[in-house]
Ligand binder design. Structure first.
Ligand SMILES: [Zn+2]
Length: 307
């Protein structure tokens, strides 16, 4: 005896398959880096480009416009410089092969003195964006802020607080699944050119994984060239040499939060252990069971289920 599907059952199966999330939606590889200033993302740019090359959706949220970054430019501090730096970040993201940046346009150099209400607004804006793109994995600053800049530290803190509060909700179904901190590894400090020795080294052992992002190095180096207001040519060369010859695409990250509570080490990809959004999957599965049930009942009633 065997099951001979009825026309009704086959139609139901066809309908069900059309309701299933696509393979892309199921994989949900959406990486969002959240930093304070245009050019901060260069610290993990090979990683962003690498996962873009792998087919992931990759975004940068930039909290301020870098309006105070006048060290190497004659553009005065303020909105003009902010606009120039936003344009530089947009150009850099195009070089990385990732989405245009989400610009929150807060004030450079002032985040540490923002009121709790202002920080809450930033968190809400970040959360809204993360939901809108279906973010699954986040990267932000750790407590040392990569360079010790107070804006960096404030951004890392507010992102961490946002995730902690989100995970504490009864049903955080849309919350990203993993949060990583960037870091500069102690072992590379002796190799740093003098122009970059303001990085704050973190012991290598704090990295849960050094991710292989070699495929993104050339795009990351191209992105550095966008920052003409921030890096004189000699510093651009130093950064690109560091990326290519010293760091060689090995990007250390610290996995500090996961929605399932597991902190994994030695991962192959930041998307390891990321699962598809359960709401769509559960709805499709429920629809399937209902339709199969209906098809089987109809087949049984007609007496044509076996032969
Ligand atoms: Zn910065």
């Amino acid at each position: 005896m065997f099951f001979r599907p009825s026309i009704t059952f086959l139609a139901a199966l066809l309908l069900w398959s059309s309701l299933l999330p696509t393979a892309d939606a199921l994989s949900k590889d959406v990486l969002v880096a959240i930093f304070a200033h245009p050019d901060d993302e260069t610290t993990v740019a090979p990683l962003l480009a690498h996962y873009g090359n792998q087919g992931a959706e990759v975004y940068v949220i930039c909290v301020t416009s870098g309006q105070q970054g006048t060290a190497f430019t004659s553009i005065p501090a303020g909105p003009l410089l902010g606009a120039a730096r936003e344009a530089e970040l947009t150009t850099a993201c195009a070089s990385y092969g990732i989405h245009p940046p989400r610009l929150l346009q807060e004030q450079d150099g002032q985040l540490a003195s923002y009121t709790p209400a202002q920080i809450t607004t930033i968190k809400q804006n970040v959360r809204t964006f993360l939901i809108s793109v279906g973010a699954t994995v986040l990267v932000t600053f750790g407590p040392e802020g990569f360079t010790g800049h107070t804006d960096h530290i404030t951004v890392g803190n507010l992102v961490t607080e946002l995730i902690d509060a989100w995970y504490a909700e009864p049903n955080p179904v849309l919350a990203p699944q993993k949060l990583y901190y960037s870091m500069f590894p102690q072992s590379l400090y002796p190799s740093l050119p003098v122009s970059l020795q303001f990085f704050v080294p973190v012991p290598d052992a704090e990295a849960t994984t050094f991710f292989d992002a070699i495929s993104g190095v050339a795009q990351a180096q191209a992105g550095v060239d966008a920052y003409v207001t921030q890096f004189p040519p000699s510093v651009m060369t130093d950064i690109k040499d560091f990326m290519g010859n010293i760091q060689q695409g090995q990007i250390p990250l610290r996995l500090v939060r996961t929605k399932n509570g597991m902190l994994y080490a030695n991962e192959a990809s930041v998307f390891d252990n990321v699962v598809g959004v359960s709401v769509g999957g559960a709805a499709a599965a429920a629809t399937f069971l209902l339709l199969v049930s209906a098809g089987c009942r109809r087949a049984k009633n007609k007496g044509d289920a076996t032969s």
